[in-house]
Design a protein around this ligand. Structure first.
Ligand SMILES: Cc1ncc(COP(=O)(O)O)c(C=O)c1O
Length: 558
């Protein structure tokens, strides 16, 4: 059997999308006939040439020309097929949904029969459809409706089996997975635009420099900074905090000055300050939390005083999920003339941020926590401070003139970006931010809130489970312990079920010690998680909690 898509014209309009869809439905229905013996072959006739920039994967005309207004069509088509695929087929097929027609019921039936007979030829067609649909729906301004299953389908890595079970990724506070549009943006950069920035005087150098600066503008808008020059690209949160500690800390702290942190901080927001304090004679003060894991604001206020020079706060705790009232805390710190740094590693993917509304001097985050690559992150630093902060690392890019006697610096942010930067990763970061924004904050907030509520309720049904961190304002972190198993054992048992969670101290030991613990199990949520992920987790934890401890869960994972 062949797939003749001759009705499809090269300039794809909405009607053409429908036409492709209708054709696929026809093929799917035919493929489902019991008499149809042969394996479907790839397309029968040569395809129109690919559109510039985006080579087709295989087998189907380059749908990258589908206009943004066709996104709703693609969305509803994919939704119908995915729902069916999820209900009726093994896990591998969850990713391989086929886009067919705009009648969900007909589609659902056809698809469920079709996917069970799927061949490699059709597989590649569906993948291509999937890829383009993700691109179209990630286009800013597209009228995409938030659907977690559809979001999930944008993340290729999620569609695999671990130990024979469909992967459930609940380790999002450690790192997030990457949507196909991010992966594509990075590979497109390496396929077409790769060059070092600034130094070259040729076309690719100009393209790479534009890509780098466009990404900076994107982050500026994302954080609500006043100017792109206030955004410094670095490897991530840890490097950004170290930069501030090593520049502001070293230069402006004096013996007896006070740095205020909270007990909820990640080690990345403790250790650099300890190093700076040790060198300067400054002192660290720590804000406590209550039993829920909420900041004790009166204690914070009473720590503030004339000696307070710097307040460095996590925006949300990675171990308990608590969201801190950073606007209120920043305002209080400002009344005492302190500088304020906000560690946004755990918030940027969960809620909108505006550094000017917060009123902070520094804001840091890591790209890999927001669906972007590892190795890229940003430091927002207020313009006036950038001018007085000394450079951190020396080398290329950050200088204006060099002689053996003296060097003068570039203007910020280049002053803080020594050496060849991670341009492709910045391109990936921009793609990730655009992807997230295209989903829309109201829908993300609603979805994650519902998931957190559902997850909390389901876990609290587990006998003797102790949930650590029950702040009223939380991101999707569900730290817990059980009396009959260590967190590491639970983590390994869940891995056997295909469920990825973190178990340990989460690089936030003081926050767990506050609750008398060294470690917890920490499922953490993201946009692509679903209630069925939560059900898988809760059911597995229930089994672990109620089963006798007889078989140890095996050696540590590699
Ligand atoms: C709140 C918080 N701060 C800082 C970090 C460190 O981030 P990175 O390792 O990306 O530098 C993390 C990572 O988990 C975090 O959750």
């Amino acid at each position: 059997m062949t797939h003749d898509l001759s009705a499809v014209t090269p300039d794809f309009a909405e009607a053409d999308v429908r036409s492709i869809a209708a054709k696929l439905l026809q093929d799917a229905t035919a493929a489902a006939q019991p008499t149809m013996p042969d394996i479907p072959q790839p397309l029968a006739r040569p395809l129109p040439p690919p559109l510039p920039g985006i080579p087709p994967l295989s087998g189907i005309p380059p749908l990258s020309a589908v206009p943004a207004q066709a996104a709703p069509q693609l969305d509803s088509l994919r939704h119908a097929s995915e729902t069916t695929a999820l209900r009726t087929t093994p896990a591998r097929l969850q990713s391989e949904s086929i886009t067919t027609t705009h009648s969900p019921t007909t589609t659902a039936t056809a698809v469920s029969r079709f996917v069970s007979q799927m061949s490699p030829g059709l597989d590649s067609i569906t993948r291509e459809f999937h890829r383009v649909a993700a691109q179209v729906s990630a286009t800013p301004g597209s009228t995409r409706v938030f659907d977690p299953l559809q979001v999930r389908s944008d993340f290729p890595i999620l569609h695999q089996q671990i130990h024979g079970k469909p992967l459930v990724w609940l380790d999002n506070a450690a790192t997030t997975q990457k949507p196909r549009c991010v992966i594509d943006a990075i590979s497109r950069f390496y396929l077409e635009d790769n060059s070092n920035i600034h130094r070259g005087a040729h076309t690719l150098a100009a393209r790479a420099t534009d890509a780098w600066e466009n990404a900076r503008q994107c982050v500026q808008k994302f954080l609500g900074a006043a100017s792109p020059s206030e955004i410094i690209f670095l490897r991530g949160t840890t490097e950004a905090i170290n930069l501030v500690a090593q520049t502001v800390g070293r230069c402006f702290l004096r013996p007896g000055d006070e740095i205020i942190l909270t007990v909820l901080e990640h080690h990345a927001n403790i250790v650099p300050w300890q190093m700076a304090a040790r060198e300067t004679g400054a002192v660290i003060r720590v804000v406590p939390v209550d039993e829920r894991g909420e900041i004790q604001l009166d204690a914070f206020e009473s720590l503030l005083g004339p000696r307070t020079k710097l307040v460095s706060l996590t925006h949300a705790s990675n171990s308990l999920g608590t969201i801190l009232p950073v606007e209120q805390m920043t305002a209080a710190a400002k009344r005492h003339g302190a500088l304020v740094l906000i560690d946004g590693a755990q918030t940027v993917s969960h809620m909108p941020v505006n550094v000017q509304s917060i009123g902070c001097d520094f804001f840091v985050f890591s790209g890999h926590k927001i669906f972007a690559p590892t190795g890229i992150g940003a430091l927002y630093a207020r313009r006036e401070l950038q001018q007085v902060m000394p450079p951190w690392q020396g080398g290329g890019n950050m200088i204006r003139t060099v002689t053996f006697e003296e060097t003068t610096w570039s203007e910020p942010p280049a002053k803080f970006e020594a050496g060849t930067p991670s341009v492709a990763d910045a391109v990936g970061l921009q793609a990730a931010i655009e992807y997230l924004l295209a989903l829309g904050w109201p829908a993300i907030l609603r979805h994650e809130h519902e998931l957190l509520e559902y997850g909390t309720a389901r876990l609290l049904e587990v006998p003797r489970l102790r949930l650590i961190g029950q702040a009223r304002n939380k991101v999707g972190v569900l730290s817990f312990v059980l009396p009959n198993r260590t967190p590491e054992e639970i983590g390994r048992l869940l891995d056997r079920e295909g469920i990825a969670v973190r178990a340990g101290h989460h690089c936030a030991q003081p926050s767990l010690r506050r609750f008398g613990l060294d470690a917890t199990v920490r499922p953490s949520l993201a946009i692509y998680n679903t209630t069925s992920d939560i059900d898988r987790l809760a059911d597995a934890v229930h089994r672990i909690a109620t089963s006798p401890v007889k078989d140890p869960p095996g050696p540590p994972l590699k």
